[in-house]
Write a protein that binds this ligand. Structure first.
Ligand code: GLN
Length: 497
């Protein structure tokens, strides 16, 4: 055993420690399962299957014993409960899927397992990934480990809280309108949402199909790069929106200076665009202070800051909150109490069975979105809402393309404030929606985006810096984030637990 405790190690360190025989995958999962149980009150985990986890760890140790090496071999990870997993229940944070057991693994889960990662458990999330505070889970709210009275962000709040609290070195998340980036920002961890279509959606319980994208959440950009390399890749036979773009090694640029730059100023030549709409009065001053300090650090690394504009940023809220519910209303129609999902115990006829099952199974936010979505898709309103939203969505994507003629990466805050108190926005859906202002447009455009720990704001809560790149620029984004993490230690700060 190394002198560092298992839970203190990130992915790379734990993989090396296992490869060197200083610990085993079995020892690692035992330590992390014990720690997860000790901190169950955070609400991060929804399910464990210790026998299966131990069997996977033993299998990984056997692979190590034969001399096999790999950056994830034997490393325990946990999955957002939106990914279907064999052997663990999958609920999507909803009562509708309570106790549901999938007969297969999501592609992302299978890809990580093939790389030798071990599944520690399933992580809490907002119901069907709808939310910004992880207070929409049908099971329990998740608590932010930096201040348990506050939300961890959503909808991948369980993933964020587990990684931040050092219950697991890394986790999967999904981002439809910010659900990887915003919880990463709220809990001081690193997360990346790749280009739409980069990770297979096969086996991801669908929320809004044209937006949903999987990605890793970990302590560092380097660990995210390792996970994403295993997770991403074409899956065109099983996901029609999977991109037929060859798999990539996302770690290849880490620690490399940019072309023509030096080790002292590794980011020389990098133009970072600052959208004026992200730095206005809508953003809390404490968040802006941390973001500006991070940008000053980037200048030291050789980057130049350029002012840009994303003029339709404000419109991203109504556009997203039309398109996402429209797609959700269609995706959630499969939960009818017939094939799978909750079925009401008593009903009069088929229609009554549908009604009762869906009223009982879906929580308030899912029901709200089904109603909004059905409305905007209905005859007579389709052109006024849905079609208009799709047209503006295209313009939002074009705004990014013109911005990328002036810069290589776009930076700004992830969210306008630090994590709020649990309950503070629970009765006000619009207040939740408005908090997504800086993440939605990236999702609508299908671009890759990430959150990098950049310091602390009000109440000593973490603040993330958002970095957005052009399509397929995940490697450059991770390189840009990694350079910052070589120069700062915000990503190494952990909450006292
Ligand atoms: N907060 C946004 C919503 O509620 C985004 C959620 C997500 O990215 N899954 O829809």
């Amino acid at each position: 055993m190394s002198s560092k405790q298992i839970h203190e190690m990130g992915v790379a360190e734990l993989a090396t420690t296992i490869a060197d025989g200083k610990t085993s995958s079995v020892e690692a999962v035992q330590a992390l399962l014990a720690r997860a149980k000790q901190h169950q009150s955070l609400g991060a985990y929804l399910a464990f299957n210790e026998d299966l986890t131990l069997a996977q760890a033993k299998a990984a140790d056997a692979r190590v014993a034969t001399g096999e090496r790999g950056p994830l071999l034997g490393v325990p990870l946990a999955h957002k409960d939106i990914f279907v997993t064999q052997g663990f229940p999958t609920t999507a944070g909803s009562k509708m899927l309570a106790g549901y057991q999938s007969p297969f693994d999501a592609t992302v889960v299978a890809n990580l397992a093939q790389a030798g990662a071990v599944t520690l458990g399933k992580l809490n999330c907002d119901e069907f990934a709808m939310g910004s505070g992880n207070d929409n889970s049908a099971y329990a709210p998740v608590h932010n480990p930096w201040d348990t009275a506050r939300v961890p962000g959503g909808s991948s709040g369980g993933s964020a809280a587990a990684v931040a609290a050092r219950l697991v070195p890394a986790a999967t998340g999904t981002d439809t309108g910010g659900s990887i980036r915003q919880p990463a920002s709220f809990t001081g961890i690193t997360g990346i949402k790749p280009t739409y279509g980069r990770c297979s959606r096969y086996g991801m319980v669908a929320f809004a199909s044209s937006l949903d994208q999987a990605g890793p959440m970990a302590r560092s950009a380097a660990d995210c790069a390792t996970l994403l390399t295993a997770m991403a890749g074409p899956d065109i036979d099983r996901d029609s929106t999977s991109l037929d773009h060859p798999a990539e090694d996302y770690t290849r640029l880490l620690g490399q200076p940019r072309e023509g730059a030096s080790a002292a100023q590794p980011l020389k030549g990098l133009r970072i665009g600052l959208p004026k709409e992200f730095f206005g009065e809508g953003c809390a001053p404490d968040v802006l202070t941390a973001v500006r300090a991070a940008l000053a650090e980037y200048e030291k690394l050789g980057a130049t800051l350029v002012d840009i504009s994303l003029p339709r940023t404000e419109l991203s809220i109504p556009v997203y909150y039309i398109i996402a519910p429209a797609e959700a209303s269609s995706n959630l129609s499969r939960f009818d109490g017939v094939k799978f999902g909750h079925r009401a115990a008593k009903f009069d006829d088929l229609t009554d069975m549908y009604k009762k099952s869906r009223s009982e199974g879906f929580g308030p936010e899912a029901q709200r979105r089904i109603m909004i979505g059905t409305y905007v898709l209905s005859h007579g309103y389709y052109d006024a809402y849905y079609l208009k939203a799709q047209q503006i969505r295209r313009l939002i994507a074009q705004d990014f393309q013109s911005a990328f003629t002036q810069c290589d990466v776009i930076a700004g805050p992830v969210a306008p404030t630090v994590a709020w108190k649990i309950g503070e926005k629970s009765d006000d859906p619009v207040a939740n929606y408005l908090a997504d202002i800086y993440t939605l447009s990236t999702s609508l455009a299908g671009l890759p985006g990430m959150s990098v720990p950049a310091g602390f704001g009000a109440a000593h809560m973490p603040v993330g810096l958002q970095l957005v790149g052009n399509y397929f620029k995940e490697g450059e984004l991770l390189q840009t984030a990694h350079a910052f993490q070589q120069a700062t230690d915000w990503h190494e700060r952990a909450p006292a637990l």
